[in-house]
Design a protein around this ligand. Structure first.
Ligand SMILES: C[S@@+](CC[C@H](N)C(=O)[O-])C[C@H]1O[C@@H](n2cnc3c(N)ncnc32)[C@H](O)[C@@H]1O
Length: 146
């Protein structure tokens, strides 16, 4: 999932109103992948905040209408049904400390707060079968992990 990463205690109330793009991780971390409205403003702000010299620490091209970043497709995944079974599932992933800094500009996630240094939470899509070009992506929105 693309978007702004919120710790459990960080304020997301206004961003969450009528927002179907919020992904909840197992530990309660929330990722807001909405590319419109206040969610977009917050993401852009965090994306502009975090830099190392000329390098940005996250990608913001997914907020535009042109798809440029193949790592930013999670927000397009629809919910599966009996007729249209899941062809992808989610895997939560914390970006390791040694991740190359020059590659961070391609990660479509940013942290809401920069006060605490935590690994950046990402959620990657894992194909459950071969997925052809142009095929619609489906996951199970209501996966219960026990
Ligand atoms: C995370 S978005 C998925 C991407 C969305 N379809 C889009 O084009 O931006 C979630 C929203 O997509 C729609 N959606 C998801 N699964 C769907 C399905 N199986 N059939 C119809 N609409 C669906 C619902 O409106 C839902 O609130």
């Amino acid at each position: 999932m693309t978007g702004t990463v919120y710790q459990k205690y960080e304020p997301i109330f206004f961003q969450s109103i009528g927002n179907p793009f919020i992904f909840r991780c197992l530990d309660g971390v929330l990722i807001d992948g909405n590319d419109k409205g206040i969610s977009k403003v917050v993401y852009r702000s965090c994306n502009g905040r975090d830099r190392l010299g000329p390098l940005r620490m996250s990608d913001s091209t997914w907020l535009t209408s042109e798809m440029q970043n193949p790592l930013a497709v999670g927000q397009y995944v629809n919910n599966c049904s009996n007729d249209r079974p899941a062809n992808v599932c989610y895997q939560e992933f914390d970006v390791p400390a040694g991740f190359p800094v020059e590659l961070k500009q391609y990660l479509p996630n940013t942290t809401y707060s920069c006060a605490q240094q935590r690994p950046l939470r990402c959620v990657v899509l894992v194909a459950l079968r071969d997925v052809r070009q142009g095929e619609e992506l489906f996951s199970n929105y209501y996966t219960v992990v026990s």
